[in-house]
Structures are given as C-alpha cells and as structure tokens.
Design a binder for this molecule. Structure first.
Ligand SMILES: Nc1ncnc2c1ncn2[C@@H]1O[C@H](COP(=O)(O)OP(=O)(O)OP(=O)(O)O)[C@@H](O)[C@H]1O
Length: 348
C-alpha cells in the first residue's frame, strides 16, 4: 500500500514558523493537490516528505513505513519518493530515453529498455525516445520529467508547481495527461500549486493550506460546494458574499430567501452567505426574482461574467456576479433567482 499519512508536521526557519501542524492523508494511488498562496510553506512540505529537509516535529508515513518522525528520517534515496520539479530539469546532453533510464539500475539491461518504452508510452511520447530535450516543447519536457520520476517505481510522486512554466492552452492538456499517467502508474501523488483551477481540475483530494495548517481537505466538488470558512470560499473560486439573517435554515438576503446547505444544523442568527456565480440565474424583468441592474460584462468566449447590483436591506447597492452565454447591455434591468443551497458563515 502507498497511502501517505502526514501528522502534526512542524517546521520553523529561525523565528519564522512555516508549518504549524500539517495533517494530510492521501489514499493509496490518489492525487492530492496542496493549494495555498505563495510563501505558505508548500515547497517546504514537499522537501520534508522527500527527505531534503528535516521537520522539527510530526510524522511522515508511507504505507506501513514511517519515513520521518520528529527530526529523524530515512535518507531521500531510501524513501521511494520521486520529485518532479517546476521546470523538468532534464539532463540536456542525454536523449529522452536516457533521461528516463537515468534512475534505473544498469544491470537490468533489456528489461530497462522495455521499462523506458513502457514509461514513454504511458506519458504519450512513445516515438520520441531518441530526441534531445531541447527538441521538445515545454509540455513534452514535463512529461519526460514525470516518466523519469516514475522509472524507479516510487510509492509517492511529488510535483512542485509542474505546469507553471507552460502557457495556458498547453497547461490544461498536459495536466490531464500527467494525472492519467500518474493514476495508471499506481503511485500516490502530491502536487503543490497556488492555482485553484488546477487543483480542482486534476486532484482527487484538495488540501487548502493557510498559515502553515491545512484548513480543509476534501474532494474538489465538496470543497467548492461546502467550503469550511469564508476565506476558503473566496480562495477556491469566485463567490458573491452577502449579509444574511438566518431563521429555520433559510437565509434572508439581498438575493431573496435562500436555503442553506445543511440548514438543519445551522442556528438562527446573523452572518454571511457565499453564493457561487453560476447559481445566480437571470430572468426577464417582471418575471419574478430580485430586480438587479447590469453594471458590465466580461466576455470570455465560452461564457461571460456579468457584474450587477441589487438593492440591499439598508438601501445600499450590493454587487452580484453571474455567468451568462454572452454580454448583456449595461444599465439593463433584469430579475435574478438563485438555484440550490448556499453556504452560511455565522457571525462573519
Ligand atoms: N531554507 C530556508 N531558510 C529560511 N527560510 C526559508 C527556507 N526555505 C523556505 N523559507 C521560507 O519559508 C516560507 C515558505 O516557503 P515555501 O517555499 O515553502 O513556500 P511556498 O508556499 O512553496 O511558496 P511559493 O508558492 O512562492 O513557492 C517562506 O517565507 C520562505 O522564505
């Protein structure tokens, strides 16, 4: 089994406490994304798992092996952990095949060549073994880096912002290929990123790190639909935040009366609700819903993001965001209805 269990991991550099009790549990063969703003300690966490850095306290366990506990740990080469760095870092003077074979024992001979072929096929580069790294695109280089990491058959693969150097068009397809290759290999993966779309789109589990702790770890859809707090709600995707008075599991807001997620567990009181823009639907003025005025539209091609304002309880304008197929004329009056339950954060 290749389950990765991290408990109570702490690390300070001088007087700066970077990791303050990180807990993370990644099932065998799953891919976890560690999502957090720049400087929150993501790379430090990976370096500790890999054995490049010692923690001050806590434990790293892979399957039934404790690879680090407190300040003690196995050396990196005995952990069965591989790292894919930010930019492939391939050996420029070796062919693609030789790069992939680099970490494998030479005595394997024909088996080694066969394994390189398998790995290149796994990452979709079956025909490129004889090329030099400089003759590959950035996305192809990252796939070779993954194949090289997988060559010694590691239990855990760590990926440090592996797509950040790729342009937007390429990034989506390369990350899907990397996810599929990782899943096929059976290795457990941990990817660190500050890109929420990347985390949501490829990971089985997303762990949001803030101030050196995991504030929520959940499947992408659960994280998006039921964020643990207001910061997670706004960090993971866009949200319309509205003041709300709650009674009987229903919030009264500037967008009308909205049912709450797990409303039966929410006490009556005042707070804020988070509404996802795609929950807000436009209906023609006079056809129900809350009246809103269009402020402007940003058109993205596949859809558009419309900024509107509705009238709050105190008479002030409340900004609202929704998604539409195309632009709407500014100043137009429309009706808005909200579909589905919303998250509530008491006393915020
Ligand atoms: N060897 C070190 N000595 C001193 N401080 C360090 C060291 N390594 C990291 N830090 C500090 O620890 C903090 C976390 O760094 P880390 O690189 O882990 O963050 P990160 O979340 O990966 O950031 P980014 O997304 O920008 O790469 C930063 O404030 C950094 O300056």
């Amino acid at each position: 089994m290749k389950r990765l269990q991290i408990t109570g991991l702490r690390k300070s550099f001088g007087s700066t406490e970077v990791l303050r009790g990180i807990d993370l549990d990644v099932p065998s063969g799953a891919l976890a994304a560690v999502l957090g703003p720049s400087g929150c300690g993501k790379t430090t966490l990976l370096r500790i798992i890999a054995g490049f850095e010692d923690a001050d306290a806590g434990q790293v366990r892979i399957g039934n092996r404790v690879v680090a506990t407190g300040r003690q740990g196995l050396p990196p080469e005995r952990r069965r952990v591989a790292v894919v760095p930010q930019e492939g870092a391939l050996f420029p003077h070796l062919t693609v095949a030789a790069n992939v074979a680099f970490g494998m024992p030479r005595r394997q001979g024909a088996r080694r060549r066969e394994r390189v072929r398998e790995l290149l096929a796994l990452v979709g580069l079956a025909d490129l073994g004889s090329r030099m790294p400089a003759e590959l695109s950035g996305g192809q280089q990252q796939r070779v880096a993954l194949a090289r990491a997988l060559a010694p058959d590691p239990d855990v693969v760590l990926l440090d912002e592996p797509f950040s150097a790729l342009d937007a068009g390429l990034r989506a397809s390369v990350r899907e290929d990397v996810r599929d290759a990782l899943h096929s290999s059976g290795a457990t993966g941990v990817l660190v990123t500050h890109d929420q779309e990347e985390a949501l789109s490829i990971a089985d589990v997303v762990a949001v790190v803030r101030a050196g702790q995991v504030v929520q770890a959940a499947a992408p859809e659960q994280l998006y639909r039921a964020p643990a707090d207001l910061d997670v709600a706004t960090f993971v995707g866009e949200a319309v935040i509205l003041p709300a008075d709650v009674a009987g599991g229903v919030a009264t807001t500037a967008l009308g009366r909205l049912p709450l997620l797990r409303g039966d567990q929410v006490s009556d009181g005042h707070g804020l609700v988070a509404v996802r823009p795609e929950q807000v639907h436009i209906v023609r003025s006079g056809r129900g819903g809350v009246t809103a005025k269009v402020l402007g539209t940003t058109f993205y091609g596949h859809d558009a993001s419309v900024r509107l304002s509705v009238c709050g309880a105190d008479g002030a304008d409340v900004p609202v965001l929704c998604r539409t197929q195309g632009p709407l004329p500014s100043e137009e009056e429309v009706g808005l209805v909200v579909a589905g339950p919303v998250s509530f954060f008491a006393g915020s």
